[in-house]
Design a protein around this ligand. Structure first.
Ligand SMILES: Nc1nc2c(ncn2[C@@H]2O[C@H](COP(=O)(O)OP(=O)(O)OP(=O)(O)O)[C@@H](O)[C@H]2O)c(=O)[nH]1
Length: 520
């Protein structure tokens, strides 16, 4: 079964398919490479910006803690000089609380864990003896401390910073401490919470044990963050950036930096999927922008394929019909504009030329008598058909060598052949251009004289007869011929009958003594 038209493989489709596949592969590859480069760039940019942001915030937090510590140290020095003066203690606590609003509350605790002064007073802590771990640690340490996060009696997540109070003589009196809320209402939480990204980026802060001090999800504050490579890295004191999968299985791009003052770590991060969200749109944009040129390229490829394949297709098409008359002209008209097509065209033209020569020769051979080169019976029939079709009138002269048998018998068949050839030559010399000469049998000939009447035919016949009689043939000497004449159209009407009439006239000439011309 023949394949459907659109599936047939021809040169144009092959070139088209090849070029289209190459073009599409190149285009696809460009898109893929561009996607990869853009993605890597986005990831690298996100990682770097988050690293810078974490480092900046770690520095700011350090400065904040340092400043808070200085304030506490200054207060502790003042409080060391006012031991026992409850009013002075309360005043200093108020001043410290209101000075820079770094602390949500301030307490002054004596060496026995008794609250000597507290601000705001509404907390009503004055006179209470505190027993929490944080208080115990501060009393035992007798040095500046930043606590781990804890939940206060008022239910707030907070950290506290404390500084020991000594007299001028170096007697330990207790400590002054400021608390900082982690969830809200504190300078620290404001500082950490108001970050500049408007996308899905967020940050969280962990203490030296990996417990969240600050987190946008408040439920996480105070919780330990486990199985997290960024937390491990920042707690080792490193800063930098990395890609990680968090405990929820979300891929993250994170920047991190340690807060050296407190042993904390700040981590700024963004989900990878959110960072790459715009990428598909960008690639689509690239695709749409490159579409017009791509379409133009495809049209150009299609046109080129057509241009390249057309000469070959035309040559192949015409070569299939080489035996047809106009094939040579058609092939000659093919515009073979490139080398191989031109070469092929020349070769085909040469082939067609040779074929035509051969056909002409075969054609001529099949219509000619090999001995004399005159028409044979088949050639004669063609001439007569033509006369019939064109209604061309003509005269027939039938001619036969007299006593030819004797020539053969006396001098041999070859001499007889030579004589036949010589007579044919003589006939050709006497014939006009349009006359048709035919060897109709052994030593019998027919002359067709188009447009000639009986009288003219008779003159021609007589001239031939006279010339033959005059001619001396080698070995044989002189010979004579007898001739019969008929005319078409005449009576009878058909050409066949007219031929018979000419034969009959020839027969009469033989009967009446030969070497003569008889008209039917
Ligand atoms: N050499 C030669 N002889 C041929 C050829 N074709 C026919 N012949 C001979 O021509 C002779 C014709 O003889 P006939 O038809 O009997 O007549 P004729 O001897 O010519 O006598 P008339 O025609 O009656 O004058 C025969 O002997 C044939 O063998 C040929 O091609 N070559």
């Amino acid at each position: 079964m023949k394949p459907p038209f659109f599936l047939r493989l021809d040169l144009r489709r092959l070139i088209l398919a090849l070029a289209m596949i190459s073009a599409l592969l190149t285009l696809g590859n460009s898109f893929y490479a561009s996607y990869e480069v853009q993605r890597d760039l986005l990831i690298a940019n996100t990682l770097e910006s988050h690293r810078v942001y974490a480092a900046k915030l770690a520095e700011t937090t350090n400065n904040f803690l340092e400043s808070a510590e200085h304030q506490l140290a200054h207060s502790a020095t003042l409080l060391g000089t006012t031991a026992g003066d409850e009013q002075a203690l309360q005043q200093e606590a108020r001043r410290l609380h209101q000075q820079a609003r770094n602390f949500n509350s301030v307490v002054v605790v004596d060496a026995g864990a008794m609250v000597m002064a507290a601000e705001p007073e509404a907390l009503q802590l004055q006179g209470l003896r505190l027993g929490s771990d944080v208080v115990r640690q501060s009393l035992e340490a007798k040095r500046p401390l930043i606590s781990a996060p804890f939940v206060s009696v008022t239910g707030h997540h907070l950290i506290s910073m404390s500084h020991p109070i000594f007299t001028a003589e170096g007697t330990y009196l207790g400590f002054v401490s400021g608390s900082i809320y982690l969830q809200d209402h504190s300078l620290l939480s404001q500082m950490l919470g108001s970050h500049y990204y408007s996308d899905d980026s967020y940050l969280y802060v962990i203490d030296h044990q990996g417990t969240a001090l600050y987190h946008p999800d408040e439920a996480c504050i105070g919780e330990k963050i486990m199985d997290n490579s960024v937390v491990d890295a920042v707690l080792e004191g490193h800063s930098g950036s990395l890609q990680l999968t968090d405990a929820d299985g979300t891929e993250m791009l994170a920047g991190y930096a340690p807060v050296t003052k407190a042993g904390w770590g700040i981590i700024a991060q963004r989900p990878r999927s959110s960072a790459l969200a715009g990428l598909d749109g960008q690639i689509l944009d690239v695709f749409l922008k490159s579409l017009p040129l791509a379409l133009l390229t495809l049209v150009f490829i299609w046109f080129s394929a057509l241009l390249i394949s057309t000469p070959l297709r035309q040559l192949a098409h015409n070569a299939r019909a080489m035996d047809q008359k106009q094939a040579q002209d058609n092939i000659a008209q093919v515009r073979s504009w490139y080398f191989e097509a031109a070469l092929l065209k020349r070769a085909i033209l040469k082939g067609v030329g040779l074929l035509n020569d051969k056909i002409s020769r075969l054609h001529a051979d099949s219509h000619c008598d090999p001995l004399t080169g005159l028409l044979n019976r088949r050639g004669m029939q063609k001439v007569l058909d033509h006369f019939q079709e064109t209604e061309q009138s003509f005269a027939i002269v039938a001619l036969d060598i007299d006593h030819f048998k004797q020539v053969n018998d006396t001098h041999g068949h070859d001499v007889g052949d030579q004589m036949i050839k010589s007579l044919a030559k003589l006939m050709q010399n006497h014939a006009r251009k349009d006359d048709a000469l035919c060897r109709s049998g052994g030593e019998e000939f027919l002359l067709f004289l188009p447009g000639a009447d009986t009288r003219t035919a008779r003159e021609v016949a007589e001239r031939l007869r006279g010339q033959t009689q005059k001619t001396r043939y080698p070995e044989v000497g002189h010979i004579t011929i007898s001739l019969g004449i008929a005319h078409w159209p005449g009576s009878p009407a058909t050409i066949d009958s007219t031929l018979k009439m000419a034969d009959k006239a020839l027969y009469l000439a033989k009967q009446q003594g030969r070497n003569r011309t008889m008209v039917a």
